[in-house]
Design a protein around this ligand. Structure first.
Ligand SMILES: Cc1cc2nc3c(=O)[nH]c(=O)nc-3n(C[C@H](O)[C@H](O)[C@H](O)COP(=O)(O)OP(=O)(O)OC[C@H]3O[C@@H](n4cnc5c(N)ncnc54)[C@H](O)[C@@H]3O)c2cc1C
Length: 661
């Protein structure tokens, strides 16, 4: 006969305000098999857990039901707690009387009745709980970091610093990400290159870090501790080992195309290094524009390269690596506002984006740091900055705040004034969100010392007139229309997920939110993990972030990886699907529906006939115990350990019994 203990949590007032917890505990104590029932203010707290452990010993409990919050939050806490008291951790059962009950009901009597029902059902289910054992899985102690922006660089350096090898895969020809495009960074106005490029160089010289640029991850298989990744390194057409970075090839190249790195404000050659501090500082040939690849002629770069580093015949290289953990740090895109046509972006050359302004202000940018109008290269004397362009705007698919625009717009106003002292900045804004360390003070400084005029309101129209841009809008604080005759307009366009975020998510088994940002495992308690074990998030691929938050999250992800690698082996999740070979007909519908590709066909020798036969087989490392295969199996050959049909039927019976059915 089972000896069950029931522990009902108040969760402060979260549960107790709506549920009569004392009554639930008293009535639970009368359920057959329950030998002890108690309630407590915070079961998850140290005294709460101590109380639970003592009760296990004192009442010789062999099963425990905790009626509290969602198992997502504290199932592990209570499993660890019962394990500390000597029970198998899977003998702890949770009844969710917070999210499923107190938070969604207003009527105390109804909520109390439901809490009792949920508790009864958990007690019924716990009768069939079986001790489950975790098996050991080996760990490959090498990490993969995808994306070489500041997030990926920081994560790679930290993992390498902890003593583990890292492969850092970057899609662009150089690592550095967006930060490499900036002149100065708010709020400290550090020179971006001065704080970023030493880290890039450190990455390149760290023996624990292998940088693979101009490359992408094409496929990922396996599971935590044992991933196999397929990487495609695109043909660079220049030998990374031989090239000395002398630059003669791009000097001689006759083809000029707009530079992506400069936001189209400057030109680059068909063979180019994206920016002077690039790592690796080796050119790449853009095959879409190179005359040789287009028309079979030219080869000037090859002719002038005295060491023979140009390799027109180079082909993409595809290779696999085994890694134990993956950090996703693929960053963000900036909304192409010209597609929407508002504010004249893409139509009027002097309406530019914040990223383009960064390039104008940058000493190694297309104008060597001179802020000039793209149309005629004259210095603008009046510049209108428009914040929230596309952000907080469901109509344009970005209901969220891009978080950094208020700050970089203030930075831009400051840079304008420093570089063109007689210029005047107007900033149209919705609200000023300056919620980082030193941020509010930074904005105040820009208003007070740099004479920026903040206009609270939206811009309704921008049109050219006599070589200027007329910006019309409304000042919603003063309640009157505003018109500014500007020389240049800078749009703080929304940050958005990478165009291939969905595809990336599918490859890595990540989920995305309604706006397509990658989703963390828990917004408060597991902000760098995702639901696929062994995969972590860093930086702006998760949500718009500034550099300090990006770096903090990257270090957090690296710490998680180091923690994983510090273990001699991992323990597999025992609540997984298992196949009954005797009845499995190998229809493999389970394989089709499995969202984690955890099911394969396997050949066995049928014990009855002694003949070979195919059955479905579950990979314990990949299975997440979601139960999809169990529901799909037509012959009921799939069973979820710890979640059997018999347990679910007992739960239903207990509910029916309580209601006289
Ligand atoms: C105009 C502007 C100005 C800003 N100024 C500041 C500032 O002054 N201070 C501040 O704190 N923040 C600022 N920010 C925010 C800052 O840019 C971000 O916090 C930071 O860039 C986030 O870094 P990240 O590494 O996550 O992303 P990114 O910088 O976007 O880097 C991601 C990297 O991943 C690579 N990548 C993408 N997809 C793949 C793939 N599939 N495979 C391999 N590699 C891939 C990309 O090529 C890129 O190198 C500004 C933002 C903008 C738009």
């Amino acid at each position: 006969m089972a000896r069950i203990g029931v522990f009902v949590c108040w969760c402060g007032s979260n549960i107790a305000k709506t549920v009569d917890v004392e009554r639930v505990a008293a009535e639970a104590g009368r359920i057959p098999g329950v030998v002890h029932a108690a309630d407590y203010k915070y079961m998850c707290s140290q005294p709460g857990q101590a109380m639970l452990r003592e009760a296990i010993a004192q009442h010789r409990l062999d099963r425990v039901v905790v009626a509290a919050c969602s198992p997502r939050l504290h199932e592990t806490t209570f499993r660890n707690c019962v394990a500390a008291a000597g029970l198998n951790p899977f003998m702890a059962e949770i009844a969710n009387i917070r999210e499923h009950c107190s938070w969604v009901h207003g009527d105390r009597a109804v909520a109390t009745r439901k809490a009792l029902d949920l508790t009864r059902m958990a007690v019924a289910r716990s009768r069939r709980n079986e001790p489950l054992v975790q098996t050991e899985i080996p760990v490959t102690k090498r990490a993969l970091v995808i994306g070489g922006g500041i997030a990926g660089i920081q994560a790679a350096l930290d993992i390498a610093g902890a003593g583990y090898p890292v492969t850092l895969v970057e899609r662009a020809p150089s690592i550095g990400g967006r930060m490499a495009q900036y002149d100065k960074t708010f709020p400290t106005l550090d020179c971006a290159a001065c704080i970023l490029t030493p880290k890039m160089v450190e990455c390149a010289s760290n023996p624990n870090i292998k940088i693979v640029t101009y490359a992408e991850v094409e496929g990922v298989s396996g599971y935590v501790g044992n991933f196999e990744v397929t990487i495609r390194r695109r043909a660079r057409s220049v030998d990374l080992e031989k090239c000395t970075g002398c630059g003669i090839c791009y000097e001689k190249c006759p083809v000029k195309v707009p530079s992506e790195f400069d936001g189209g404000l400057g030109m680059r050659k068909a063979i180019y290094v994206p920016f002077p501090q690039a790592v690796p500082n080796v050119p790449v040939i853009d095959r879409e524009h190179c005359t040789y690849y287009l028309r079979g002629k030219c080869r000037l770069c090859e002719k002038f390269c005295t060491i023979g580093a140009v390799r027109f015949d180079e082909e993409d290289e595809v290779f696999t690596e085994k890694v134990g953990a993956i950090v996703t740090a693929t960053g963000f895109d900036v909304w192409d506002q010209s597609a929407a046509g508002e504010y004249g972006a893409g139509q009027y050359p002097d309406v530019i984006s914040g990223l383009q302004f960064e390039r104008l202000a940058n000493a190694s940018g297309p104008t060597a740091g001179r802020i000039v109008r793209p149309s005629d290269h004259t210095e603008p004397k009046t510049v209108v900055f428009v914040a929230c362009v596309g952000s907080r705007d469901p109509a344009h698919g970005h209901p969220y705040c891009s978080k950094v625009c208020c700050m970089y717009t203030a930075k831009h106003a400051l840079l304008l004034k420093e570089k063109v002292p007689d210029a005047k900045a107007y900033i149209f804004y919705m609200d000023i969100r300056a919620n980082g360390k030193g941020y509010e003070e930074f904005v105040q400084r820009v208003v007070e010392r740099y004479d920026a005029t903040y206009v609270r309101g939206r811009v309704s129209r921008i049109y050219p007139l006599d070589g200027h841009l007329v910006v019309q809008g409304a000042d919603t604080l003063l309640g009157r229309p505003v018109e500014v005759r500007a020389d240049m307009v800078v749009l703080a366009t929304a940050m958005e997920p990478r165009a291939d975020a969905k595809d990336m998510a599918r490859r890595l088994g990540l989920s995305t939110d309604q706006d397509h940002w990658f989703t963390e495992a828990h917004p408060k308690l597991r902000p760098v993990e995702v639901l696929t074990s062994g995969v972590y998030l860093a930086g702006a691929c998760h949500y718009p972030k500034d550099i300090p938050d990006t770096v903090a999250q990257a270090s957090g992800a690296a710490a998680k990886v180091a923690d994983l690698f510090a273990k001699p082996h991992l323990l597999s999740e025992p609540m997984i699907a298992v196949v009954d070979d005797a009845t499995c007909a190998a229809c493999l519908l389970c394989r089709e529906v499995c969202p984690f590709t955890a099911i394969e066909a396997a050949e066995i020798t049928d014990p009855a006939t002694r003949k070979p036969r195919t059955v479905a087989r579950v990979n314990a490392g990949l299975c997440h115990g979601c139960g999809t295969c169990v529901a799909a199996c037509r012959s009921a050959s799939m069973r979820l350990r710890g979640f059997g049909d018999d347990q679910i039927l007992l739960q239903i019976e207990a509910l029916g019994h309580a209601h006289g059915l």
